[in-house]
Ligand binder design. Sequence first.
Ligand code: ATP
Ligand code: MG
Length: 303
Amino acid sequence: MIPQKIIDQFIIKPDSKVNLKQHPTNGLETAAGQEFDKNYIKDKADEILTKNRVELDAMQELLYASDSHSVLLIFQAMDAAGKDGTIRHVMSGVNPQGCQVFSFKRPSPEELDHNFLWRYMKSLPERGRIGIFNRSYYEDVLVVKVHPELINEPQFGKPDEKFWEKRYQDINNFEKHLARNGTLILKFFLHLSKNEQKKRFLERLTNPAKYWKFSDTDLPERERWKDYQHAYEDAISATSTKNAPWHVIPADHKHLARALVADIIVAAVSELKLEYPTVSAAQMEKLVAAKNLLEKTNDDSAA
Ligand code: ATP
Ligand code: MG
């Protein structure tokens, strides 16, 4: 496990004012201001990830058996920050029956005709399951804040600060409701530098196996980098709560980001102190009777 002291650096405390420039994107610096060796970090991070994958699988089974909680993991980031890869690597050891990933794109006309949380509510994990949102209702205060023309609510007029405040409040109330009803919510912002995004886009434009990942909107959205950073700062500051904390994860180094995310999830699920359901005396009697019966059967003489 990564020491709590290190993990704590990435959690946004409730009511803090986030300035993303003060949060590292590469995470390789030592306290003395030098850089860790990349290969050393890669090996260490992979070791931590492998261990956490095994633990996460065991935890998911316990989550399912105890049937008291669900887990909602939210991933937000600028394009090419590695949401897909992080989800794939962190969850790769978990029983596919126990987890579901939803990737949210631009809403359909039907979705736009409902309140902005509607489409996400329909995809929430049931008890015993891990639900992953690859983008989420936060897009409705991020891309939509950068492009207010996307709002389909003419009755509210032109969106002003109050409009966004109300959306943050709606989100906080929604998450409070989920937490009260047994959902563990963990939110991850994969914090990428503009320079690393450029490198990853160039890779997508150079490697034929990655052409499909490049989208027409990627460069125009990159032009709005500062606006997005401000929208993220506002949203994270307004919605990091005790029950649904934001983690700002340095994402320039993919292996490190994955190890951190896996470690944070494992630590938080362990905190739930889940237990297998206890067996009543009457159930125990039935189990013993079934065991005795089964032991007495002779398969060779079976019809
Ligand atoms: P990558 O990081 O690899 O680029 P992606 O998550 O960006 O993957 P895409 O299919 O490229 O996946 O893009 C999904 C798009 O849908 C994003 O541009 C996002 O801003 C947009 N989107 C998601 N939710 C909403 C929303 N509520 N309103 C408007 N646009 C949205
Ligand atoms: Mg994209």
